[in-house]
Design a protein around this ligand. Structure first.
Ligand SMILES: [Zn+2]
Ligand SMILES: [Zn+2]
Length: 320
């Protein structure tokens, strides 16, 4: 079991995910006689079993979890939330933008896979790969259902007997939030800032078309909050937030420069092929590679460093 006791009487709990990062770290805090849970995990057997072990180990009844906050809508954080709501009867809160995104991507009337196919074909992805990407995307749905009943989160919340500010940090997802405790200088960062891993910044249909601008603004925003320790959702804790923020910004600046050089009447797919040439990507990874390449290209287009030419497919050209 992957449980660590942290400040404020809380627990950092690693729940397995079937992805390279291995775990999503969820946070459980006492509040009066009950508990507040931040993020839940991906809906598959190993994660459900892990939660059952956690409840037994901590001698907690699931019914004591009265409130769940989700940092953002990604399946490794929110996928198990509907199941957890069934076990606990908890109220679930998240940012309104990500509530809408969850419904858009996995709701009954979702047209997201159709929109995704249009986006990747327009980016120059070959038809067989586009079909493999969509097929894989459809397989994710069962790992996020049932969708929880949700309420938009307010500006402040209370747990472990303390007030936490809810900070909107769009970029990694448009409705991403962090939690900040002023007196203790603690930041619960979700996927906004991670140790070692660079959070994925991507363009998706129906979401922000300028995620990288928003992400960099959100990185600068959290630098204004004096922070001793960051409880992130993957990897290790971070005790040098400002340095990590600087590293992340530098990473994107370097990547932007590289893409600008590669934008020589090429599609986003052709540029991604060069960037990720050293890796043998699965259809799932290709989806993220394309979406991340688009996030950087859209940034460059907005900054007038690159122009977008034509449609079906679109090509990108460096401004000389
Ligand atoms: Zn995420
Ligand atoms: Zn994540």
């Amino acid at each position: 079991m992957n449980i660590e006791e942290i400040e404020s009487g809380g627990y950092r709990i690693g729940i397995p995910v079937p992805f390279p990062m291995k775990y999503v770290y969820c946070y459980l805090f006492p509040q009066n006689n009950d508990y507040v849970l931040i993020d839940v995990g991906f809906n598959y057997q190993a994660a459900r079993e892990a939660w059952e072990e956690v409840f037994t180990y901590l001698k907690i009844s699931p019914l004591q979890i009265k409130t769940i906050y989700l940092t953002h809508f990604h399946p490794d954080h929110s996928g198990l939330c509907g199941w957890m709501q069934q076990q606990t009867g908890a109220h679930v809160f998240m940012h309104e933008i990500d509530m809408q995104m969850m419904e858009r991507v996995w709701g009954d009337d979702s047209v997201q896979t159709t929109r995704m196919k249009e986006m990747i074909l327009d980016s120059g992805v070959p038809v067989p790969l586009s079909e493999a990407i969509i097929e894989h995307m459809e397989k994710i749905t069962k790992h996020v259902l049932p969708l929880p009943k949700m309420t938009p989160i307010g500006r402040q919340v209370e747990f472990s007997g303390k007030i936490w500010d809810v900070i909107h940090t769009p970029g990694h997802s448009a409705g991403h939030i962090c939690f900040y405790q002023k007196e203790d200088q603690i930041l619960i960062s979700g996927d906004h800032v991670l140790d070692k891993i660079t959070p994925n910044i991507s363009v998706w249909p129906g979401s922000s078309q300028e995620p990288l601008h928003e992400y960099i603004d959100s990185l600068l925003k959290i630098k204004q909050f004096p922070t001793k320790i960051v409880y992130s959702a993957h990897g290790k804790l971070i005790d040098d937030l400002n340095d990590r923020v600087d590293e992340l910004i530098l990473h994107h600046e370097e990547r932007l420069l590289k893409m600008e050089q590669l934008a020589n009447t090429k599609t986003a797919y052709e540029i991604a092929e060069v960037l990720f040439a050293h890796k043998d990507l699965s259809p799932h990874q290709w989806r993220f590679a394309i979406a991340e390449t688009l996030a950087h290209l859209y940034f460059l287009v907005q900054e007038n460093r690159v122009v977008k030419i034509g449609t079906k497919p679109v090509v990108y050209q460096k401004v000389i």
